[in-house]
Design a protein around this ligand. Structure first.
Ligand code: PLP
Length: 455
């Protein structure tokens, strides 16, 4: 590969690689930045410029870039046994060992895993298996999945339907008939009628909305609720205290499954291996993981299932039917070996403890940005932060889309050697979990200057 010049890579990319989530109005003129090296919390482009990676690749490189131990674990597995199919009665050592490890790390009786290749597929699997579970119990009408506006659950046909971010729907058809949407838990921008409520009252408001929606649909028609502990791509939205546990209790009241989409939050981002139980006090029926599971070194996703669900879906069917769900790469040995090494590194280096210690400092530094006249809201927790930019703080007015304010801040940060992620007018930060206090200071100095520069 290295015989090509920077310009040749740039052109090959521009002509042939359809990038995900890309604005083609600027793509052909501007092309892309080609990232060619990575180490620790830094990545370097083909022109040799290093950048502090404030987004861990894309919420995923939790153990940091360029870890030799990961390369060795991957290479050892490739040379030992690179692939054999996982269907029926065959398996491989890393897939079995990782399954047991994930059961140990997951709360409650989430003791069974279905493997896929990423977060979207983990969520697809959760919904397919939720339907299968209720069908096996003879509850054939339980089909609807309740999701939330501004939730992000991925980009396969079904995961795109679960996703409640309006901007992702434009021009596409969707399998929306399965999905019902309720409000996001958005403390900064509350819906009409909820603006002046206290946090506790706002929580009641959201729970009532959820319960009314279930009753309207008829509980016999509703299979599950899916939610991220903190909404990520929707703008880092933190729910009011007690929300998740009460949503869970409501699910139980109506015989619904709670699917926790922990694709971003699992594996340490908030200081816990799994956020649902440790931080929010509930154990979901299904738990979806990806990203931090391998720290992005290789694709892997996992859907954890409770004992109860497993017992129902694994019962022999009288017509001799089998559980017809799965992928060529379910339990891929190389990906599972990478996940085992990733988890070993996280445990040996006590990365959750590190996040518990440095995360509050990281969030404190983010809150200092609130002094700036266009910073309307700073929210999140630990190493998951969103900074919403507004044209008028008192009125919470949004910038016109044409102002491209998030993108302008991104460019200023880039010039200063720091990568942040603009999601509309929200600047999202999700650094590698190995981030230190000094690196945190570098990031926030650059971000402060960048926001000031566009003010
Ligand atoms: N769920 C959440 C919460 C995510 O943030 C994402 C991706 O960002 C996904 C699901 C989809 O994961 P993937 O892109 O690996 O399919």
């Amino acid at each position: 590969m290295s015989e090509f010049t920077h310009t040749e890579f740039f052109e090959m990319d521009k002509q042939h690689f359809i990038h995900p989530y890309t604005d083609f109005s600027t793509f052909q003129d501007e092309g892309s930045q080609v990232i060619s090296h990575s180490e620790g919390v830094y990545v370097t482009d083909t022109e040799g410029k290093p950048y502090l990676d404030g987004i861990a690749g894309l919420w995923c490189v939790n153990i940091g870039h360029g870890r030799r131990e990961m390369a060795e674990a991957i290479s050892n597995q490739v040379t030992t046994m690179e692939y054999y199919n996982p269907f029926g009665h065959s398996t491989n050592k890393p897939a079995a060992q990782l399954a047991a490890k994930l059961a140990e790390l997951s709360p409650g009786n989430l003791n069974h895993v279905f493997y896929g290749c990423g977060g979207s597929v983990a969520n697809d699997t959760a919904v397919r298996l939720a339907h299968y579970y209720f069908n096996m119990k003879g509850l054939h009408s339980k089909k609807k999945i309740i999701s939330r506006c501004d939730g992000y659950h991925g980009s396969t046909y079904l995961a795109a339907a679960l996703t409640g971010i309006q901007g992702t729907k434009y021009g596409f058809d969707a399998a929306d008939n399965l999905v019902e949407y309720i409000s996001a838990a958005n403390m900064y921008r509350r819906p009409v009628g909820a603006e002046d409520l206290t946090e506790a009252q706002y929580c009641d408001f959201l729970i009532d909305e959820f319960e009314n929606h279930i009753l309207q649909l008829g509980p016999d028609n509703v299979a599950a609720f899916i939610a991220e502990p903190i909404m990520g791509a929707g703008g880092v939205l933190v729910a009011p205290a007690g929300y998740h546990k009460r949503m869970y209790d409501t699910c139980k009241k109506y015989d619904m499954l709670f699917i926790a989409d922990e694709v971003v939050t699992a594996f340490g981002r908030l200081g816990a291996m799994v956020a649902s139980e440790e931080l929010y006090g509930y154990t979901p029926d299904m738990l979806c993981m990806a990203k931090g599971l391998t720290s992005g070194y290789i694709p892997l996703g996992a859907t954890m299932l409770s004992d109860e669900i497993y017992q129902v879906i694994s019962k022999p069917q009288c017509e001799g039917g089998l559980l017809s769900h799965g992928f060529t790469y379910s339990g891929h040995p190389v990906a599972c070996a990478a996940a085992l090494k990733n988890i070993e590194i996280m445990e040996q280096e006590k990365l959750c403890e590190h996040v518990q210690e440095v995360g509050p400092y990281f969030f404190e530094q983010a809150q200092k940005l609130a002094d700036l006249p266009i910073v309307g809201d700073v929210r999140g927790s630990h190493f998951m932060v969103g900074i919403e930019l507004v044209s008028n703080k008192a009125e919470k007015s949004r910038f016109p889309v044409t102002a491209g304010i998030g993108q302008r801040v991104f460019k200023h940060c880039q010039e200063r050697g720091v990568i942040v992620r603009p999601v509309g007018d929200v600047i999202v930060l999700s650094p590698p979990l190995v981030m230190t206090r000094d690196q945190t200071d570098i990031l926030f100095n650059a971000l402060y200057e960048s926001i000031a520069a566009v003010t």
